[in-house]
Design a protein around this ligand. Structure first.
Ligand code: PGA
Length: 273
């Protein structure tokens, strides 16, 4: 069972330092509902500023949106896992579909980055998801299963519990995206758990999230109607009020899980192979 309902956002390529500090200042004053694990992925330039603007004991996990697999060296323009950890990140996003599509990331580079993240003591948050054509052909689970297996190919069985996977169908992300329906998400989330468990001798991922056009209108349905452990949000959480509203939804789901009234779904992480 995942320890809590994960709700977080990547700011992608938005926000100056001033904007980042202001967001973090508001977030710092926001109550986090019981059972919710908030996380925030600013651009690299704002990591330190956001870390410093949040209270020392803030429950918000900070993450980087990308980092290189090499520990250091002649990789102009890149930043290492060690460097993002040093800047305050405890998570690192790996293999977002925008990076796969626009910056030539492959299953091979994703797996190298997952390895490097674990070696640096970071939690890799690996994004997987099928393009529209694969969904239209009717078998997204196999495509996503291959991405997960590749991402975990350099991970030992007893390390799988340190990895978070976000299922983000490519067709669901961004301005042109259509949010997935819970019925479309649920079987893929189950398959992700099974693949990970199989490669890890029955052990579970730390969490499996859903992302792609999440907003306050569809968030509860996506949590309650699938076995996802949380939501990875873009645009709808780019204001602190937006993130706050989604934290509330996460809190509602967490309390339903505690009350045992979530229809048998919710954080489980315990499905067998
Ligand atoms: P979106 O982004 O919520 O703006 O669609 C999601 C993502 O890319 O993770």
């Amino acid at each position: 069972m995942a320890e809590s309902v994960w709700i977080g956002t990547s700011w992608k390529m938005t926000k100056t330092l001033g904007e980042a500090r202001e967001y973090a200042r508001v977030l710092a004053r926001m109550p986090v509902p019981p059972g919710v694990q908030p996380f925030l992925m600013p651009p690299h330039t704002a990591l330190v500023a956001v870390r410093d603007a949040l209270p020392h004991r803030s429950p918000v996990l900070l993450g980087a949106q990308n980092a290189h697999w090499a520990p250091e060296g002649a990789f102009t323009g890149e930043i290492s896992m060690r460097m993002v950890a040093d800047a305050g990140a405890s998570l690192v996003e790996i293999g977002h579909s925008e990076r796969r599509r626009l910056f030539a990331e492959t299953d091979e580079t994703v797996s190298r980055k997952v390895r490097a993240a674990l070696d640096a003591g970071l939690t890799p948050l690996v994004c997987v998801g099928e393009p529209a054509a694969v969904r239209a052909a009717g078998a997204p689970e196999g495509f996503v299963a291959d991405q997960v297996a590749a991402a975990l190919s350099r991970v030992a069985g007893d390390e799988v519990g340190r990895v978070v996977v976000a299922y983000e169908p490519v067709w669901a992300i961004g301005e042109a995206g259509r949010p997935a329906e819970p019925e479309e998400v649920a079987p893929v989330v189950e398959r992700i758990r099974r693949v990970a468990s199989r490669t890890a001798g029955g052990r579970s991922l730390r969490a499996v999230l859903y992302g792609g056009s999440v907003d306050t209108g569809n968030a509860l349905g996506l949590l309650a109607g699938t076995a996802a452990d949380g939501l990875f949000v873009g645009r709808a959480a780019w204001t602190p009020a937006g993130l706050g509203a989604l934290l509330e939804v996460g809190g509602t789901h967490a309390s339903a899980l505690r009350a045992g009234s979530a229809g048998g779904h919710g954080p489980s992480g315990s499905s067998g192979p």
